[in-house]
Ligand binder design. Sequence first.
Ligand code: SF4
Ligand code: SF4
Length: 107
Amino acid sequence: MTLHPCLTCGACCASFRVDFSVHETEDLGGRVPRGLVVEVTEHIARMRGTDHARPRCAALTGQVGQRAACGIYEWRPSPCREFEAGSQACNRARLRHQLPPLEGLVP
Ligand code: SF4
Ligand code: SF4
């Protein structure tokens, strides 16, 4: 069985700012754990660590390009749910971490 490419990657979680509505945080009825979030404005929340000079989401476990996983997979915010493996943004993130581009999602 081929391992899903995201399981040996994690580059997107260490490349981009991850912003979403404060209503996705557990404080306001959502599911994203409070401790992993920073408030940006009264409307916008951000995954902690994703706005650092070398971004890395505080929920990311493992090592980018080796073995990586989201520590809050079931509770991750909408931008993470919508992010597509094999998209241009995915391949930009992979390039940033010296990983080869994906041709598209392996079924
Ligand atoms: S979506 Fe792309 S950049 Fe993100 S973990 Fe999967 S393969 Fe890596
Ligand atoms: S919440 Fe999970 S999927 Fe989203 S950036 Fe962080 S580690 Fe990646």
